[in-house]
Design a protein around this ligand. Structure first.
Ligand SMILES: Cc1cc2nc3c(=O)[nH]c(=O)nc-3n(C[C@H](O)[C@H](O)[C@H](O)COP(=O)(O)OP(=O)(O)OC[C@H]3O[C@@H](n4cnc5c(N)ncnc54)[C@H](O)[C@@H]3O)c2cc1C
Length: 288
């Protein structure tokens, strides 16, 4: 199939792009990497009246250190993030999750902020942004605002972003030296969207890993930040059964979507197994 008719605009300045989004609010969509938008147009799953191509907005490029965090501009491709030394050294969780995002051809064009804007429940970057509580930067013709990632994802493909707003960047908080992270997902083939995935972080202090936080994604409409981890901690002598109990307590919070990829109970079990493996890795690291 061919895409429906639309007006195509390729502004040279951010102000011009924001004016177009305001003028055509409700019928305009931003075109970034086009890796999700173009297929949905060609399959006629969406029909925006106007496409605002942001690829000439050079101020949206680049990965830079901002205070304690790393800011990724809206035109930064997944591949640049995967290859960035700044990302690897300051936000290692993003680097390890990026390995699972799509295939090289998609990573060459797709943008990390585009992934946040789309809010696909099975996408890796929204889950990582929620776990790290990244800051999402939004601009519109009337001003700018920052939204915590934990408030940004509202429902399936639905975010706090208004029709007139563009994501101009995202800032991931830099990791502290005593923090540890684990990212894992289950997918049919490497590079496919996750059926179920997990992102976990903890803090190594006095021979224990505490301050554990965990996000499960893929099985829910939005990445789910567990509410039962606050009392959890892992030491070198923590028995296997206790690790499994912790994993099952988190998985019990899930209300998975029942679809062709599995029944809710199957997805809960899959999530629990991924979490158990993460905790076993934390236990091995708990001595430091
Ligand atoms: C075969 C295939 C496999 C894939 N596998 C994965 C995967 O495993 N994991 C994964 O996470 N993704 C996967 N993707 C999606 C890929 O990561 C996309 O690139 C990404 O989701 C969207 O980024 P984009 O820059 O291409 O956005 P676009 O396709 O240009 O836009 C997507 C949507 O976001 C909006 N948007 C984009 N940027 C902005 C912005 N700055 N401000 C406001 N709105 C914006 C657009 O208007 C549109 O609605 C896959 C895609 C394909 C085609």
């Amino acid at each position: 199939m061919k895409a429906p008719r639309f007006l195509y605009r390729r502004p040279d300045a951010l102000e011009e792009a924001l004016a177009l989004l305001a003028e055509h609010a409700g019928e305009a969509q931003v075109l970034a990497g086009g890796q999700s938008l173009m297929p949905t147009l060609n399959m006629r799953l969406s029909s925006p009246g106007v496409l605002v191509d942001i690829n000439r907005l050079v101020q949206l490029q680049g990965i830079a250190k901002r205070g304690d965090g790393i800011r990724v501009g809206a035109l930064v491709r997944h591949r640049e993030v995967a290859e960035s030394g700044l990302i690897a050294s300051h936000v290692p969780l993003v680097a390890s999750a990026m390995v699972h995002v799509a295939h090289m051809a998609v990573r060459n064009r797709g943008t990390t902020c585009g992934s946040l804007a789309l809010a696909d429940p099975a996408a890796e970057m929204p889950a990582v942004a929620v776990l790290l509580n990244a800051t999402i930067h939004l601009n519109s013709r009337v001003g700018a605002r920052d939204v915590a990632a934990r408030d940004f994802f509202q429902d399936l493909y639905t975010t706090d972003r208004g029709d007139e707003e563009m994501i101009t960047g995202v800032t991931f908080p830099g990791a502290a030296g005593d923090e540890c992270f684990h990212f894992q997902e289950l997918s049919r083939r490497h590079g496919d969207f996750a059926i179920v995935g997990i992102a976990v972080k903890g803090q190594a202090r006095s021979g224990r890993i505490g301050n554990i936080e965990a996000v499960v994604f893929g099985s829910e409409p939005t990445p789910l930040l567990s509410s039962v981890t606050s009392d959890m901690s892992i030491a070198p002598h923590t028995p296997d059964a206790a690790l499994a109990d912790m994993a099952h307590a988190i998985a019990a919070e899930l209300d998975p979507i029942d679809n062709h990829q599995g029944r809710p109970e199957t997805k809960r079990r899959q999530a629990a197994e991924l979490l158990r493996r993460a905790f076993a890795e934390f236990r091995a690291a708990a001595n430091v």
